[in-house]
Design a protein around this ligand. Structure first.
Ligand code: DX5
Ligand code: ZN
Length: 218
């Protein structure tokens, strides 16, 4: 699997150090944007994304947990996002337009659903997105417990992706660790987001390698 460390679990007083710690091990940087309305938490915004862009040597994967995502995708694209995902629950019937808007900015679009949203809701968009992000916890906070139903949801989504001949990747976010990474990969996950399991580990590089399923870089 590819691994996207979530900056939400980094030390914000030492962001530069923490970005550097995972720079050569990570495949992407996962940045969680929370607005205090779509989710009951507020994380960080443009100045922090722009600062990380100056240090990050891997593409930035921006996960929008905000209402009216269409109003902000352009600024996140300008801030350096290579991938932007938004919640289906925040856009509903407008999801197709938001995907088109993100793609027109030259950014890879992704659609996200919370654990209580049926996976079938994203099926109409599998031909249009570059990735689907399945939340394996309810969006809003890092450090939550992984929801076991996720494996079945990944398998159902993977089967539909194959059925449609879609190229969409599957990303999973929340409570991912070396303990469940193997089973997630087996179910069909392409990109694993991990916050606590990486940044709270004694050796973040080794944690990333363990999630990826290979030995650490020398
Ligand atoms: C939760 C965020 C996640 C979070 C994951 O709303 O979308 O990206 O940072 O953190 P862990 O890996 O600690 O569950
Ligand atoms: Zn996230």
């Amino acid at each position: 699997m590819l691994v996207a460390p979530s900056i939400l679990a980094a030390d914000f007083l030492h962001l530069s150090r923490d970005v550097e710690t995972v720079n050569r091990h990570a495949d992407f940087f996962h940045l969680d944007i929370m607005d205090g309305t779509f989710v009951p938490n507020i994380s960080f915004g443009f100045p922090v994304v722009e600062a990380i862009a100056r240090e990050a040597r891997k593409p930035m994967d921006v996960h929008l947990m905000i209402v009216h995502p269409e109003n902000y995708v352009e600024r996140f694209a300008k801030a350096g996002a290579a991938m932007i995902s938004f919640h289906y629950e925040a856009a509903l019937e407008e999801s197709g337009n938001v995907i088109g808007h993100i793609r027109n900015l030259g950014v890879k679009p992704g659609i996200v659903i919370n654990p209580d949203c049926p996976v079938e809701k994203v099926f109409p968009y599998l031909g249009a997105v570059d990735y689907v992000l399945l939340m394996s916890v309810f969006a809003g906070f890092g450090g939550q417990r992984f929801i076991e139903d996720t494996y079945g949801r990944v398998r159902a989504l993977k089967a539909e992706i194959i059925r449609q001949g879609s190229h969409a990747l599957i990303e999973v976010d929340g409570g991912v660790s070396p303990a469940n990474a193997g089973k997630l990969a087996e179910a069909g996950v392409d990109i694993a987001v991990a916050g606590s399991a990486v940044f709270k580990a004694e050796d973040p590089g080794a944690a990333i390698a363990a999630i990826r399923g290979c030995t650490p870089l020398p």
